[in-house]
Design a protein around this ligand. Structure first.
Ligand SMILES: [Zn+2]
Length: 428
């Protein structure tokens, strides 16, 4: 029997019920069930190299973002269902279609970052190739650094170096897909993408964002010029924007424009800083909204371009929120309905010892062997110490330890065993 997709109300009710820690170890039903679509599957781009790039210690665009996505993909079971996608060999000929040689030379010489930025583009182009050749129906790229603010300044702009999605649009065209729809749901305006195609009649760019935030662009009066006239759609949403606001923008602006345009390929600049509780964004979108936007994009892709969608990560800085939204997005691309609460519970059960939502979970059998728990901030300063005599069970509540927003390292020292470390991010 097919599982019916949840409507919004029942999804929210479901999402708000807390499974709680008592569920650890319980046998639970499968989190995913196929909706019965004929599908060639979903490609997935990830490379451990993407976690090597660091802007600064404590910078919000941190490797923890991808690490959390990696763990959640595993915990939800989705990583076993996606098809790993290989990067293309040399992305530079395609990067040159968007960026100047001077910009490329400057970025490429930044130690580590230059190589990671290049590999991010190579990953996205590999996904475009796999979708174009019909190896997979669609794909998600868990990449860093992001790209939609990149121009030709020879340096980082808004955490971006190369315009991953803009380069992917040009690459898709070289592979024979003439008309490209780019959907940007990041909290910030995709100014790099807008500027790359502002006069271009072959790319429809649709961006929802808060135009009062960085980079200050995204005014709705900027609609494109020349052959691109009418093909640049900016939608400003205010702080606090809800699922209903976002879906209205899609239904009233994007869907009619996309139908009139008739895309041959759809690219998504998938930024999740538009999700509720982000540390940089102030929208109030739930995981349901990302799944619903994904469904709507898939319906467009089914109607016009045999399901071809490549989605590439942009922002999203509350690492647990980011990972949760990504699981919903990828689960939907796979045509699976994802039960996030199950995924969270499963995460705890899978991870046994781990740090989730301020609770340190220790394995049921060995918490008695813990000598002490130490929490340090990202700069190495000790925030708190919990001695052995205060550890009376497998769950240690660190939520009331007055930790300001940021990254923390929790070290669990066991008797006769090597210590274990967990990273924990406190959101604003
Ligand atoms: Zn952003």
């Amino acid at each position: 029997m097919k599982k019916q997709p949840l409507d919004r109300r029942s999804f929210l009710l479901k999402a708000s019920s807390t499974a709680g820690v008592a569920a650890i170890g319980h046998t639970l039903p499968s989190p995913v069930s196929a909706l019965g679509h004929d599908t060639k599957g979903t490609g997935y781009v990830y490379d451990a190299l993407y976690e090597e790039h660091v802007i600064d210690d404590g910078h919000p665009e941190s490797p923890d973002r991808l690490e959390e996505i990696r763990l959640s993909m595993k915990a939800s079971g989705l990583n076993a269902k996606v098809t790993p996608s290989a990067p293309i060999e040399d992305p530079f000929p395609f990067i040159r279609r968007i960026h100047t040689q001077n910009h490329i030379d400057q970025v490429d010489q930044i130690p580590t970052t230059g190589a990671v930025a290049k590999q991010a583009v190579a990953g996205v182009l590999g996904a475009v190739k796999a979708v174009s050749e019909g190896e997979v129906r669609n794909a998600f790229c868990a990449i860093r650094p992001p790209g939609h603010h990149a121009h030709n300044s020879g340096r980082e702009e808004g955490f971006c170096y190369y315009a991953n999605v803009a380069v992917a649009a040009r690459y898709a065209q070289l592979l024979g897909h003439a008309k490209i729809l780019i959907i940007d749901w990041d909290y910030h305006h995709g100014n790099g993408t807008q500027d790359a195609f502002y006069n271009d009649g072959s790319v429809l760019f649709f961006s929802t964002h808060d135009s009062s935030a960085y980079p200050g662009t995204g005014d709705e009066n900027y609609t494109g010029e020349g052959e691109g006239a009418g093909l640049n759609i900016n939608v400003h949403l205010p702080c606090g924007a809800t699922d209903a606001d976002m879906i209205a923008a899609w239904d009233q602006m994007l869907i009619p424009a996309a139908r009139a345009f008739g895309p041959d390929f759809i690219l998504i600049s998938a930024g999740f800083d538009s999700r509720q509780n982000d540390t940089l964004g102030c929208f109030d979108l739930t995981d349901w909204c990302f799944a619903e936007m994904t469904r709507k994009a898939m319906a467009l892709a089914d109607e016009f371009c045999e399901g071809r969608i490549v989605s590439a990560l942009e922002g999203g800085y509350n690492v647990t929120g980011l990972a949760s939204a990504v699981v919903n997005h990828v689960g939907t691309l796979l045509n699976h309905e994802v039960d996030i609460e199950w995924a969270r519970t499963r995460y705890r059960a899978y991870n046994k010892a781990g740090m989730r939502d301020g609770l340190l979970h220790l394995p049921g059998v060995s918490w008695q062997n813990v000598d002490e728990v130490l929490v340090h901030d990202a700069a190495g300063r000790r925030v708190t110490r919990i001695p052995r005599r205060q550890i009376r069970g497998p769950i240690i509540d660190l939520r009331k330890r007055s930790m300001s927003p940021g990254l923390y390292i929790t070290t669990v020292a066991y008797r006769g065993q090597s210590p274990q470390r967990y990273r924990y991010h406190v959101a604003q």
